[in-house]
Design a binder for this molecule. Structure first.
Ligand SMILES: [Cu+2]
Length: 317
């Protein structure tokens, strides 16, 4: 890992047919405001990540990527039955590159079939749901060994007795968490409370849930994108993919009005699959946005408001 950048071997950097940036509108995942009990099914689904791509086979919560936003009040005890109804093999290709290159080859779509990790791609739909950041009992925490195969269910009770916050639920299965989250098993979970209500933050259509992540894609022999996900890493390094997704769409745009908005971000973060909470729009986040790679600090507890000046937005009257 002490190799200098200059000494790294060069790689083929020509991009195959690529996708038009900001062509598709931002999707907003549905919000569920449950009563005391809720059933969420893990299902196989084809998801349209970009209008120029064929649908992408994924493992999802309730057929969407990200899954539905689950919204509760502080102190609202919620029992969730997470039902594994996944019916397809692992939907992504998995491969590992032997060496670090510059520019990073793991960001390039496609992979040499000789580098595919066939055992990894053959993982069964063995899943367990963890509500990241929730104050909950150990028996309901989605421990990594307590995974379920298709036909099984996980029953978890969440007291939600904690400050208003944006959490995320995601897969947590021992040894394959990264693969399962990459396949689409992630969603937002919002805890509301009276203190938050009193802040007068933008709400309704002006509070926008944002789930940020990146992914890579498989290519056909002619270089075109097939739509299938590609989990390609180099050595022991974390995943990093070429395509930035917001709410399950690659490089979307968002039409806004010239006023304050509140973001409710959380995410399978691009490198570590950790969640984020963005603070006020900062020079750092603006720089990140202008490079096309939004990266936020993990698990910040600040409120998050921004004016409609971000590059992903288009102002309308
Ligand atoms: Cu987590």
């Amino acid at each position: 890992m002490t190799q200098s950048v200059q000494s790294l071997p060069a790689v083929q950097t020509a991009q195959p047919t690529d996708l038009t940036k900001f062509a598709d509108p931002l999707r907003i995942p549905p919000t569920i405001s449950p009563g005391p009990e809720l059933t969420v099914q893990l299902t196989s689904a084809d998801v349209q990540l970009h209008s120029e791509l064929p649908p992408t086979p994924m493992w999802t919560y309730e057929g969407g990527f990200p899954g539905p936003v689950i919204e509760v009040r502080r102190g609202q005890r919620l029992r969730v039955a997470w039902e594994n109804r996944i019916s397809t093999p692992y939907p992504a290709q998995v491969g590992n590159l032997p060496a670090i290159t510059m520019p990073p080859a793991e960001n390039v779509p496609g992979i040499d079939p000789a580098l595919l990790n066939q055992p990894a791609a053959a993982v069964p739909p063995w899943a367990v749901v963890h509500l990241h950041g929730a104050v909950t009992g150990g028996g309901h925490d989605g421990w990594t060994d307590n995974a379920m195969l298709p036909g099984g269910s996980q029953l978890s009770e969440y007291p939600n007795d904690q400050q208003a916050t944006a959490l995320w639920y995601h897969d947590h299965a021992m040894g394959i968490t990264r693969l399962n989250v990459n396949a689409g098993l992630a969603g937002l979970y919002l805890v509301r409370d009276d203190e938050e209500d009193g802040l007068g933050l933008p709400d309704g259509e002006f509070e926008v849930p944002l789930v940020l992540c990146d992914r890579n894609l498989v290519t056909a022999p002619d270089g075109s994108l097939t739509g299938q996900l590609l989990y390609k890493t180099v050595g022991p390094l974390p995943f990093s993919g070429r395509y930035t997704l917001v709410n399950g769409g690659i490089w979307p745009h968002f039409d806004v009005r010239p006023r304050w908005y509140r973001r409710s971000p959380g995410t399978p973060r691009r490198r570590s699959n950790r969640p984020t909470r963005a603070g006020r729009t900062s020079s750092r986040s603006r720089r990140a946005n202008s490079s096309g790679s939004p990266v936020s600090s993990p698990e910040r507890r600040a409120s998050s408001c921004t004016t409609a000046t971000c590059w992903t937005t288009r102002t309308t009257a």
